[in-house]
Ligand binder design. Structure first.
Ligand SMILES: Nc1ncnc2c1ncn2[C@@H]1O[C@H](COP(=O)(O)OP(=O)(O)OP(=O)(O)O)[C@@H](O)[C@H]1O
Ligand SMILES: [Mg+2]
Length: 414
């Protein structure tokens, strides 16, 4: 009998990854390594809630991927388990990155408390004061201690200021029977130190817990612990875990990044039909992650910024380092935006957009002085410039645009 046309797929087994979900950032591991100290601190602070006493509010600060959300939710679940018989407390979690208006935060909390569908608070329409008073009533009726976690509080703050935290930290003044404690989480230490108003800082930060970045050795332990269940035995080169850990420790000791690197490396190796994951796969994975980040940033750019970025890419370099100057970019920009039928911005405005692209990390611009001639910038599109061009040129606004034009150095603004 002839071979199935699906032969190569039938024969190809998953021979590296046993359980991919375990390497996903959303997976909740059973043990959280190297966080005993922070877990212990939170437990000590919130334990009084088991006896219906109000714990202090807590402010948790630590960079991205340092285990803040994982640890707090772990402690929350353990609290619920310990409280199962006495039923003295409630653990409530709200992610303010997703739920970011004061109304939606209160609405979300109320939804977790009010179970009777006839009494639910409407999704919109009430004043903040009304929803707050109603919520306080329901909380008080429960006659319990509420631990309310507000994760990523800087996100809500950026859009709406800190009134909501003020509301929630003063709610106890309205309560007779129940008590509310707040655990605020942020990965922005400047926010915690400088932006949060003193009245909130002192209320929210009754206790402060810092999550330091993971060291490379700690990241190695975290990854090793995961691969035991996620990968088949002996499918990973010895260098891979230390390499993923070293890369992820460089920036901020980020466990999420380390796990992403490992998962994407494993995916690449498996798709390639390779029998072992090596550090070369990690290099590919790293490029893929960087590129995905660039794609995300490019999506958010305004049309003028996209044209400026394209102008930078399309400006020929006149030196051996491959960089270009603001003036050269502007010449290209004039040509390109005219070709495309767009308004031509002033050189100063284009220079501002270049600075913005620099801050977003898509390009690197260095100020270079030219003596009396004033200042100019030397600009490098980073190492992914070919990819940036590829991503950018598939954008709608560049459809049908001819990129073979030669910027004319003589062009001036009319
Ligand atoms: N100590 C640890 N042991 C095992 N896994 C961990 C540990 N710390 C973090 N992780 C894992 O790393 C990922 C990121 O952790 P988490 O989401 O808790 O970070 P975070 O500090 O809340 O970051 P962000 O500020 O970006 O929200 C998760 O998948 C989590 O399971
Ligand atoms: Mg988090």
């Amino acid at each position: 009998m002839a071979d199935s046309i699906f032969k190569k797929y039938l024969e190809k087994k998953n021979n590296l990854i046993k359980n991919r979900g375990i390497l996903q950032a959303t997976y909740v591991p059973e043990v959280l390594l190297h966080r005993d100290h922070q877990i212990g601190e939170i437990v000590d602070i919130i334990a009084p809630s088991l006896n219906k006493d109000k714990p202090s509010n807590i402010l948790i600060i630590g960079q991205t991927g340092t285990g803040k959300t994982a640890v707090v939710n772990y402690v929350g679940h353990e609290l619920e388990k310990a409280d199962i018989e006495s039923n003295n407390c409630r653990y409530i979690y709200v992610n303010c990155e997703v739920i970011d208006t004061p109304y939606s935060i209160l609405y979300n909390i109320s939804n977790q408390i009010i179970t009777d569908p006839n009494k639910k608070i409407p999704f919109t329409g009430w004043s903040l004061e009304k929803i707050f008073n109603e919520l306080a009533k329901y909380i008080d009726d429960e006659d319990r201690v509420f631990i309310i976690v507000l994760d990523e509080i800087d996100m809500s703050f950026k859009k709406n200021g800190d009134d909501i935290f003020y509301y929630l930290t003063t709610i106890n003044e309205m309560l007779k029977k129940s008590r509310v404690s707040i655990i605020g989480i942020t990965n922005n230490s400047t926010f915690a130190e400088k932006l949060l108003s003193p009245r909130i800082k002192s209320r929210l930060g009754e206790e402060k817990i810092i999550f330091p970045p993971y060291t490379p050795e700690q990241l190695i332990d975290i990854l090793n612990n995961r691969i035991e269940y996620a990968l088949y035995p002996d499918v990973i080169d010895n260098s891979v875990i230390p390499y993923c850990a070293a890369i992820s420790a460089q920036g901020s000791g980020d466990a999420r990044k380390a796990l992403d690197l490992l998962r994407i490396s494993a995916d690449i190796a498996e798709r390639n039909g390779d029998s072992i994951i090596t550090s070369a796969h990690v290099d590919y994975a790293r490029q893929k992650i960087e590129l995905d980040a660039v794609v995300e940033v490019i999506k958010t750019l305004t049309e003028q910024s996209k044209i400026v970025l394209m102008s930078i890419i399309k400006t020929p370099s006149s030196n051996e380092t491959g960089s270009v100057t603001t003036g050269d970019v502007y010449t290209t920009y004039i040509e390109l935006s005219r070709n495309m039928g767009y308004n031509v911005l002033s050189q100063r405005m284009v220079a501002n957009l270049i600075s913005e692209l620099d801050m977003l990390g898509i390009i690197t611009a260095r100020v270079k002085s030219f003596g009396r001639g004033g200042r100019t910038k030397e600009i490098d599109v980073n190492k992914v410039s070919n990819d940036v061009f590829f991503i950018l040129s598939s954008d709608d606004i560049f459809r049908g645009v001819d990129f073979t034009f030669k910027p004319n150095k003589q062009t001036t603004l009319m």
